[in-house]
Design a protein around this ligand. Sequence first.
Ligand code: MG
Length: 281
Amino acid sequence: MRFRTYERDGTAGLAVLADGRWRDLGQVSLIDLIAAGRVRDGTLANGAPEIDLATVRLLPPIPRPGKILCVGLNYVDHAAESPYKDVPGYPTFFARFTSSLIADGAPIIRPGCSPELDYEGELVAVIGKPARHVSEAAALDHVAGYAIFNDASVRDYQFLAPQWTPGKNFDGTGAFGPDFVTADELPPGAKGLMLEVFLNGQKMQSANTDDMVFPVATLVAKASEWSTLEPGDIIVTGTPAGVGFARKPQVFLQAGDRIEVRIDRLGTLSNPVANEVAGGL
Ligand code: MG
C-alpha cells in the first residue's frame, strides 16, 4: 500500500492509494498506523472519501520521525569519490534532525553562508516494529516500508570538523517523500531497485540498491545493537557516486534548479532549489 501525508488548514492528514485513487483517512498519523501494525490493512480505504492532493500541501510521509539515522559511504563508488576513498568496515551512521526535513515539492534551501549545496539521492527504510538486538536474519521483519530521500549536504560545513552534523542539518535540506510504500510491495530489503538523480533533467547519479555495502537488514541489525529502533524511525541508507562536489568541475545547486530522485516502484522526489531568505526560510 502507498500513503502520503498532507497538511490542510494547519492540520495534518493521511491519504492512502486505493484502486488508483487517493482516499482521505483524515487526521491519522502514519507513525500511529505503523505502530498499530495496520499499514497493510486493505480495509483502511473502505468508505474513505476521495481527496485531490493538488488542493493540499504535502508533508514528509513522517513529518517528525523519532530518529533519523543516515548512513555515509555505503556505496563503493561513492566512497571512492569521497575524501575517505575506502569503504569503512562498519556503517558510517550519523544523525539528522527533524527540523531539516522538507516535503516533495518544497524548495531545498541554499544557505546564505555557503555556496556548496549538494544533492544525494537515497533509499529510506522505515522501522515498523521496535528493534533491539535483532539479527540480520530477522531485521527485515522490523521494516514497515520504504521511501525516497535527498540528503542535501552543505559540503564546506560538512568537512569543517571530523564529524558531519552541521553540514547535514541545515534547515530545508532533508527532502523526504512523497510516498511511503509498504515493504510487501517491494523485493525483500528493497534490493534490486534502480536509484537515479536528475539535475534539471540531466542524469547525475545512477545505481542499483544491490550496490549498497551494508544492505538494509545489516543496517537495522547494527543500529539495533546500540539503540532501540522504534516505529516510524527512518534509516537513510546512503548515496551512490555522482554527487556534485566530487565532479570535475564541481557542481553545486543554484536557486532555480530542480533536483529529482527516482527509485523504481517508489516514485519520484522532486524539489526546486531556492536561496535562503535573510532572517529565516
Ligand atoms: Mg547521504
